[in-house]
Structure formats: C-alpha cells, structure tokens
Design a protein around this ligand. Structure first.
Ligand code: AMP
Ligand code: ZN
Length: 112
C-alpha cells in the first residue's frame, strides 16, 4: 500500500534499525521504545490488523511467532517478554499495517 508507513519501511523508503529480515517478515527497533528491548515485527504482506487474520494468512502469523521465539533466544531475553498487537484505534493502534510489539528488559506492568 503506497500510503502505508510500514510498507514504506519494507520498501526501504524510510530508514530503521533492522533486527531481522526474511522473505516473509521484517523486524526493526521501535522509534519510541517503551522498554529496554522494544522492536516491531511486521509481515511484508500488507494487512491492517489481527482482525484480518484468516485461514489464508494464519501460517504467516505462526511464522512471526517462530521468528520472535528465535530472536528471544538469540538475544537472551527468552525468560520474559511480551508480544502485543493492537487492533483498532480503541486499542491504541496508530499504524494500520499489522505489527507485533516485542517488549522485554524490565518488569512489565499489568494492562489497563
Ligand atoms: P501502534 O500504536 O500499536 O500502532 O504501534 C505503532 C508503533 O510504531 C509505535 O510504537 C511507534 O513508536 C512505532 N513507529 C512509528 N513510526 C516508526 C518508525 N518510523 N520507525 C520505527 N517505529 C515507528
Ligand atoms: Zn502496509
């Protein structure tokens, strides 16, 4: 999608600090970190949010969780981390390309 911030990041039009990339997904540091470790994992295929997950793309979501588990082990935070995906503006979603926040490195608070 030409007007999507994260599609522009995938296309290399906006610079980020890359954490991981393969043919299906990209991980990069969040520009406004909420924890010592805070990166985002996004599929290269554009869809708006987890509300659009279907049988057609469920394997891609599983792949993203596999990548996150591997990165957690490699980067040494597998003992405690949080994966968050916000759906819709009521949940605080500001970028409408599905993304998974990965947070670690401090005691994380409860949800509100
Ligand atoms: P959400 O509020 O769940 O939609 O999360 C969007 C996230 O994208 C926020 O945590 C932002 O800090 C992050 N973000 C926005 N623009 C950029 C960017 N250019 N590079 C890295 N992270 C970004
Ligand atoms: Zn997009």
């Amino acid at each position: 999608m030409s007007d999507c911030l994260f599609c522009k990041i995938i296309a290399g039009e906006i610079p980020t600090t890359k954490v991981y990339e393969d043919d299906k997904c990209l991980a990069f540091l969040d520009i406004a970190p909420m924890a010592p470790t805070h990166f985002l994992v996004i599929p290269k295929q554009h869809f708006a949010s987890a509300a659009e997950v279907t049988e057609e793309n469920e394997a891609l979501i599983g792949h993203i969780y596999t990548v996150i588990a591997k990165l957690a082990k490699e980067q040494g935070f597998a003992d405690g981390y949080r994966v968050v995906t916000n759906v819709g503006e009521l949940a605080g979603q500001t970028v409408h390309h599905i993304h998974f926040h990965v947070l670690s490195g401090k005691q994380l608070g409860s949800f509100n």
